[in-house]
Design a protein around this ligand. Structure first.
Ligand SMILES: [Zn+2]
Length: 193
């Protein structure tokens, strides 16, 4: 099952119609093409989430590059640990609430689009895969053996390498346990190569 493939013309058309981004009630092929050109690397769920994050009076004037920017920001946020430049330590409860709200939003989108919601898949996607190096937001590649000879098969349900999920869970646990300390050395996973 491919729940996270890049969005299709049909989905793009559906989103433009849903958010009334067409001319009047009509969404033209040209519009779909123009939006897809900018958003083809993102999933429909991400586009949906980004569009739904805009206030109702702004969404009809949204541009594809604006949506791409919102998704990029959303993708980069969960991958970041703490705020090294700020003296204010992260507030775990806020983060949890934000994460939970985000997850609820995405779950709604999945339900609306008739997709299978898989929490582990979404969670794993928030970090880079330590095995196949798929970037945050991307689905794991078909790699089954890395350069060091380590073997790992993607989970058939989440379509992610199991170590990716382990990595994100470990990261979450670490964030929760070190909440008093400032997250100074938040080196991204897999920075060594
Ligand atoms: Zn992977």
């Amino acid at each position: 099952m491919s729940t996270q493939k890049p969005l299709t013309r049909n989905e793009m058309h559906g989103l433009l119609a849903h958010y009334r981004l067409g001319d009047g009630d009509h969404v033209s092929d040209d519009q779909v093409t123009a939006w897809l050109r900018e958003l083809r690397h993102y999933s429909a769920a991400e586009c949906h989430a980004a569009l739904s994050s805009l206030p109702a009076n702004k969404v009809t004037r949204a541009t594809p590059s604006q949506i791409a920017g919102l998704i990029d920001r959303a993708r980069s946020q969960p991958a970041r640990t703490g705020t090294p430049s700020s003296a204010r330590p992260p507030v775990p409860r806020d983060r949890e609430a934000a994460a939970a709200a985000g997850a609820r939003g995405i779950a709604k989108v999945y339900a609306a689009m008739g997709w299978t919601w898989n929490a582990d898949h979404v969670l794993a996607r928030t970090v880079r895969c330590p095995f196949c190096k798929a970037l945050a937001g991307q689905v794991c590649g078909p790699l089954s053996r890395d350069r060091s000879g380590k073997r790992e098969l993607r989970d058939p349900i989440t379509r992610m390498h199991p170590s990716r999920l382990t990595a994100v869970k470990k990261k979450q646990a670490a964030e929760q346990s070190t909440r008093g300390e400032t997250a100074t050395t938040a080196a991204p996973q897999g920075a060594h190569a």
